[in-house]
Design a protein around this ligand. Structure first.
Ligand SMILES: Cc1cc2nc3c(=O)[nH]c(=O)nc-3n(C[C@H](O)[C@H](O)[C@H](O)COP(=O)(O)O)c2cc1C
Length: 484
């Protein structure tokens, strides 16, 4: 059965001229990430670093990154034409997610070609760059799936959660108790048992996109749905967790329930563009590494000045899907489009006055509430939600600040949101950060603006964007004459 793995994905990009091999010798400290920064800004190709200083003889020598750095590559991942519009991409993913694909269980696979256990475990063999100068070490977990298994149901959960190499057999992580693996960790803590964890590096890109967003449902089956091909799973060596059989590297370990084992994790250059601070956080002690021959490590540069990263092009597309699904599950009518971003925009056909507030309440009542996106704007069908100027225009002309700004003290947000006070970001203490949310209702207010006969029974005066149709035609016809 074909199982698209990292190598097949890379081969596809290379065949389409969208992958560049970096053969020059590069330093894993800073130099690699500075190259990626520059490539991000010009929306450049996926990168395979093949010659990393100090990794001439380690068992893992290569780093693959920026595989999802453009919207075009996200479309390629889905088998869509490269120029498919954002709305079409979102709609395609929504359709496919309706049919999760059952996984296929296999006895073994390429990831079992090499098995390293006990004192031979050495995470420094993997070429994990120092992504930002002040990072607390090498952040190995930036764009990989972290898999845990619910002790009650046996269900696998995959998420993307940052983690740094603390020593050759320890990874320190940022775990929010409200996230899926946090809920599982609480169950293990209550049983007084360590939680098994598996970190999966290098596989089909759909897995990361699904794992990195708060999907409702099983991630492996949803990744299968996105790529329209089931994910093949194999059991870990030291736990019952299942991982993709064709992954490049799987790192297995256990997280102690005992807070006295916690170690300093952070600072780390975060998606906010700032360093997330150091705190004592849970540690995964590594028991085993399985890997393919000549395995390729997969990582990603997260925080950048321009906000351009492969996470933005890929995971934010998926976030739009997740939010739209939440609104659909809440049976809120009239949703035309959803665009997630630092400000999450929803375009609706308004059919009742309370619709925007109901939309915000549904989103704030979902898993999305633990994310750093704290502002929702709701607009009507005449506003292009992917154009910031159009959104500013809607805020300017539709928002009555007395009524249309709703601040909700939800007390849920993300610890990477630096606008919050330091103490409010203590995720282990509060389960999430203590954050408020803002709704900007930029739809026409029905109470303030009843229909008026002189405006043809519309609620707003006519807009003045157009000439008379005959004048438009005339100008079109004479355009060359004007020599403009
Ligand atoms: C690059 C990247 C890094 C992330 N790092 C973290 C993290 O360190 N901790 C965290 O709780 N969520 C992090 N997230 C968000 C989670 O992956 C996301 O909430 C996902 O839905 C998993 O949540 P779940 O466990 O509720 O399904 C990150 C997402 C991305 C894309």
């Amino acid at each position: 059965m074909p199982d698209r793995d990292l190598r097949k994905w890379m081969a596809q990009l290379e065949a389409e001229g969208d992958l560049k091999r970096v053969r020059a010798k590069v330093d894993w400290d800073d130099e690699i990430s500075q190259i990626i920064r520059k490539v991000y800004v010009k929306e450049g190709p996926a990168l395979l670093f093949e010659n990393i200083k100090g990794h001439e003889k380690t068992w893992s020598k290569k780093l693959f990154t920026n595989g999802l750095g453009t919207r075009a590559r996200v479309n390629v991942m889905l088998g869509l034409p490269r120029d498919t519009s954002p709305l079409e991409t979102v709609k395609t993913i929504r359709e496919r997610m309706k049919k999760p694909l059952k996984t296929v269980k296999v006895k073994t696979g390429p990831v079992k070609e090499n098995i390293i256990k006990g004192k031979d475990v050495d995470l420094f063999q993997i070429p994990v760059p120092k992504w930002h100068p002040l990072d607390n070490g090498r952040y190995i977990n930036t764009f990989n799936a972290t898999v845990t298994r619910d002790p009650d149901t046996g269900q696998n959960n995959a998420g993307v959660y940052r983690g740094t190499i603390l020593s050759k057999n320890k990874i320190g992580v940022l775990l929010m108790p409200m996230k899926d693996w946090g809920i599982t960790y609480t169950k293990y803590k209550e049983m007084g048992k360590p939680m098994p964890v598996a970190f999966v590096y290098g596989y089909d890109p759909t897995l990361i996109v699904v794992a990195g967003s708060p999907v409702i449902g099983p991630e492996y089956e949803l990744a299968g749905a996105l790529r329209q091909e089931p994910v093949e799973l194999v059991k870990c060596e030291t736990s019952d967790i299942e991982v993709p059989a064709a992954a490049e590297i799987v790192v297995e370990g256990f997280m102690s329930p005992d807070p006295s084992t916690y170690e300093i994790e952070g600072p780390f250059g975060e998606g906010s563009g700032y360093y997330g601070e150091a705190r004592k956080r849970p540690v995964v002690e590594i028991t085993c590494i399985t890997h393919r021959n000549d395995p390729i490590y997969r990582g990603s540069l997260v925080g950048t000045k321009e906000g351009i990263t492969e996470i933005r092009s890929s995971v934010s597309t998926m976030m739009s899907v997740v939010l739209w699904n939440i609104l659909e599950a809440a049976e809120i009518p009239g949703i035309i489009d959803v665009a997630s971003g630092p400000i999450t925009a929803v375009k609706i056909h308004k059919t009742y006055q309370g619709q925007p507030r109901q939309i915000a309440a549904a989103m704030w009542g979902s898993k999305f509430a633990g994310h750093p996106f704290n502002i929702i704007i709701v607009v009507e069908e005449d506003v292009d939600i992917r154009n910031p100027n159009a959104l500013f225009g809607a805020m300017h002309s539709r928002v009555n600040f007395n009524r249309d700004l709703v601040i909700y003290p939800l007390y849920m947000g993300s610890p990477i949101d630096v606008s919050l006070p330091y103490d409010a970001r203590a995720e282990l203490e509060y389960g999430a950060a203590i954050a408020s949310k803002l709704l900007i209702d930029a739809t026409i207010d029905w109470e303030m603006h009843p229909p008026r006969a002189e405006w043809g029974n519309q609620r707003f005066p006519p807009n003045c964007h157009y000439s008379r149709p005959e004048t438009e035609k005339l100008v079109e016809k004479r355009w060359r004459e004007y020599d403009l």
